[in-house]
Design a protein around this ligand. Sequence first.
Ligand code: T1G
Length: 697
Amino acid sequence: MSEAIGYERVGDIAILAANNPPVNALGHDVRNGLVDGIARAEADGAKAVLIYGEGKTYFAGADIREFGKPPTQPFLPDVCTRIEASPLIVVSALHGTALGGGLEIALGSHFRIAVPTARVGLPEVLIGVMPGAGGTQRLPRLVGVDVAVDVITSGRQIGAKEALAMGVLDRVVEGTPREIGLAYAQELLDSGAERRAISEMPAPEAVDFDALYNMVLQKGRGQIAPALAVRGVQACCELPFEEGMKRERELFMELMASDQRQGMIHAFFSERAVGKLPELKGVAPRNLNAVGVIGGGTMGAGIATAALLSGLSVVMLEMTAEAAEAARGRIESNLGGALKRGKLSQAQFEDLTTKALTLATDYAALDDVDLVIEAVFEDMGVKKQVFTQLDAVCKPGAILASNTSYLDINEIAACTKRPADVIGLHFFSPAHVMKLLEVVVADKTAADVVATGFALGNRLKKTSVRAGVCDGFIGNRILSTYRTCADHMILDGATPYQIDKALTDFGFAMGPYAVADLAGLDIGWAVRKRKRAEGVDPRARDFTYADKLCEDGHFGQKTGTGYYVYQAGKRAGVPNPDVMPLIEADRAAQGLTPRDFSDDEIVRRYMAAMVNEAAKVVGEGIARRPLDVDVTLLYGYGFPRYRGGPLKWADMVGLPGLLSDMQDWAKEDGYFWQPAPLLEELVAEGRTFDDLNKETA
Ligand code: T1G
């Protein structure tokens, strides 16, 4: 018997207890142990078998680390079928998260009991595959097609109460999985219950699977796994069980071989790796109970909302009492959303907006907070004034953080006597919703201040990425480059609308011009003006149509008109007829003759610009590893998760091809298309960004 599955007899019941921390993943040893355990119980004269997990959870699925490696027997579908085929009654007792192959083991069992906090689900589509051990064949038999398709194509986790109502669970009882499992198995034996094999249950009524497939495919915006999973459920309705299992396996293996599976598993492990920093080994974060936020605009109010929802007390500082009340209004409207969704009770809402939130107009109110986050107007002069005052009033050991999106944190820190306590905490709008947090580490930032930045990120349920100091840090610096590439394509003949369509077809939630309208065109305008004031290299191409749009007062959604015109109540806008004349005038003024662009060329240039700047960001150490860039673009810039991130995508399409494209395009614009030294190095050495990820702990 393998160590991973313990064997024990309690009366007539054989217990198979999984012990494969941290999440009892169904690796080779676990699968072996289950098959051997069932056989031993049958040989041992047991009358029933109880399967449960030691530690924090029942099986949380197949071992994802084995993906891409040669599969080893026994295969998971066979393990589930072996359990189901046992003449003994098999009971699974669930706690923690019974997910994917874990739930499939439970569905292979004859009875399922769980503790009230257990969660179940088939989240395989979230890592680019589909259930491959009978989930698409057994679940529909138990819960019907509609519920099964919802569970499988959403990948959502389902609470025990809902799972009981669905019929996935037979019982939900307080206690430990071992206790409730033993009691239930004994009760079944005492009542003479028969073993129940789901595979022997009748297949559910079929539905219009072609329509369902197309609907799911469209909803996936290019992701294929949920749609193929629908074909798996179709097989359940149309084929005998064994045939259905074979069809499920074919579909599963097709997805296992797909780039999308690679991309999504890369995203899964990368989002867990970004928080593991060698520099923070053994470094304890500082205490964090009370936070100050300066500036109650959209960003400040969003940051305050996130802090309040995580249980921190907040002092919101504004210049005037009216502005402070306006900030409270924004915070209350943000929290109102959680109230409406039932995430907050009325009492909690009142507590947060009265007891936990304090408004202030005097810096002295910040003299006892543990951390201050400044979210004022994006101007260096204003930032320095604020930090000079914070330096004067905040207690020793308080952390002074800036939410700047671009500006130099070293320069801000230098205007205080405590640069070691200064850090950048770059939130993304809306700050109480967007998952990404760039933790910007300045030259003198102390290690425990960095540790506190990450601790705050965890507490706010953010995915935090370490970034070095440069103009725009990781995300906005790369954004600025691929946006410039898009603007160059417009000068040369493409339109904002063609570019947006090409990128949404590629998988982005929105194209760059729709995003610009959402964020506000005045932000890009301010950045262009600042950069022009700082001096732009004469070789850089320039364009004026976007400035003209802003000069005419068109800032996007906030003014109702930008690249698109927005009608009330409609999320998507229609092309603004004033835009193309501005672009044509700009081209004419520069003597440019527009040409046709294919969608492929648009995507290739746009992505090449993104990858090239990302390689510079990694090469300069602004991002520690390529995966830090991938997570930043996935969580902050709407990059399609099934492509894994720009550098994972680059590895999959091939770095040599991308580099040679850039070298071609450099013939027409040698200033913009300067290949990153790191990219040239990797191509020369036949290495990839993933090699770098593996080499950098
Ligand atoms: N395989 C391998 N490692 C896993 C794992 C898995 N399935 N799940 C988690 N880990 C690692 C994770 O990388 C981390 O490692 C540690 O466990 C703790 O995880 C045929 C083929 C279970 C809800 O998709 O959703 O079954 O970083 O930090 O927040 O149909 O992990 O410490 O080194 O996330 O408490 C289906 C994936 C697989 C579930 C726990 N199952 N896991 O969350 O901790 S496909 C899943 C999760 C499948 C069959 C198919 C979560 C969690 P490290 P964590 P957590």
